[in-house]
Design a protein around this ligand. Structure first.
Ligand code: PEP
Ligand code: MN
Length: 339
């Protein structure tokens, strides 16, 4: 409360809190009174209390993302894909590789074979692409999903692809092992609700300019609908500087998320940098920082890719990176990266 708040103002705030079904503990100091509100407060914004007469400041002590928070779930959540691939905990980082967009079957199969050979466990590829310009390549849709399915059958790699529209949920679920919610849709609340009602693991990318709390609240929404298999993916955020990089790679958020949440967190070096020659160093940095997986764009001819070529690795560079990651992981086995 404000230093000069009256007894009547204090009592009225206490009553307001009680009317919302919460209890109070009141600490009357010489100069100021502090009221603790105890109970189910995640429905209310702090601002709502700041409008009351005599209130100086309102601070939330508990995080609003209860289900996603480590406070309520101490142990790491392991997200399994087909009871086989495991993200999170002390499992070695899982690499997901593939083109930005599925372009044709031959090209996808060639990429999938290289991914498999090099030790990646999952194949990525967009069939529904979010594009800023309305006349850019927006993906092959269902046909793209069928190509992913064919690559999955041939190589045994599990598949992840982006879902943009709640109306496509059944279709995308049919052909994939994990649903990707892209950065642009991190706050598409209808989509989050719908993927939350499925039992498919969800790869939730951080929004272009989402705060950590907004990102975790998006995860919270999926979990609140019943789906606890959420993997968080940092993919770079927008800052003031996009002259040399597409985004700013927020590496520090990886150990931060591992503290705040029990959910697995992976890193996307391709979108985080936008430059193929930054992908390898920043991938290794992410693993050292505790990333529990990587999602990397790979293409046989990045210069000919229909989307995101400049940030895409060719086969040679991808294979080299995979070798280096293996060495790194074996060294890191003895180090606690989250501390
Ligand atoms: C992608 O993975 O190709 C993609 C569009 O990612 P983001 O949503 O992170 O931009
Ligand atoms: Mn892309």
């Amino acid at each position: 409360m404000e230093p000069g708040a009256s007894e009547a103002q204090t009592n009225s705030v206490i009553n307001y809190i009680h009317d919302l079904g919460m209890k109070t503990v009141v600490n009357r100091g010489v100069i100021q009174t502090v009221i603790a509100a105890i109970g189910e407060s995640s429905k209310y914004s702090t601002e709502q209390f700041e409008t009351l007469d005599g209130v100086r400041k309102v601070e939330r002590i508990q995080v609003p993302f209860k289900l996603a928070s480590r406070d309520s779930h101490h142990n790491d959540t392991i997200v399994s894909i087909n009871n086989d691939i495991k993200f999170g905990g002390n499992n070695p980082p899982v690499v997901i590789a593939g083109p930005c967009s599925v372009e044709n079957e031959e090209n996808l199969l060639a990429i999938a074979r290289i991914a498999k050979e090099s030790g990646a466990k999952m194949l990525r590829g967009g069939a529904f692409k979010p594009r800023t310009g309305p006349r850019m390549f927006e993906g092959l849709g269902k046909l793209g999903l069928e190509y992913l399915d064919a690559a999955r059958k041939e190589t045994g790699l599990a598949v992840v692809s982006e879902i943009m529209d709640p109306r496509d949920i059944d279709l995308v679920c049919e052909f994939t092992d994990m649903l990707q919610v892209g950065a642009r849709n991190m706050q598409n609340f209808t989509l989050l609700n719908e993927v939350g009602k499925t039992n498919k693991p969800v790869l939730l990318k951080r929004g272009l300019s989402a705060t950590v709390e907004e990102w975790l609240l998006a995860a919270e929404r999926i979990m609140d609908k019943g789906n606890n298999n959420v993997i968080l993916c940092e993919r770079g955020i927008r800052t003031f500087d996009n002259k040399y990089t597409r985004n700013t790679a927020d590496i520090a958020v990886i150990p931060l998320i591992r503290r705040l949440s029990h959910l697995p967190v992976i890193f996307d070096p391709s979108h985080a940098t936008g430059k193929w020659n930054l992908v390898s160093p920043i991938s290794k940095a992410a693993i050292v920082a505790g990333a529990q997986g990587l999602i990397i764009e790979v293409h046989p001819n990045p210069e000919k890719a229909l989307s995101d070529g400049p940030q895409t690795l060719n086969f040679k560079n991808f294979k080299q990176l995979m070798k280096e990651i293996q060495i790194l992981v074996s060294v890191l086995g003895t180090v606690n990266v989250s501390n």
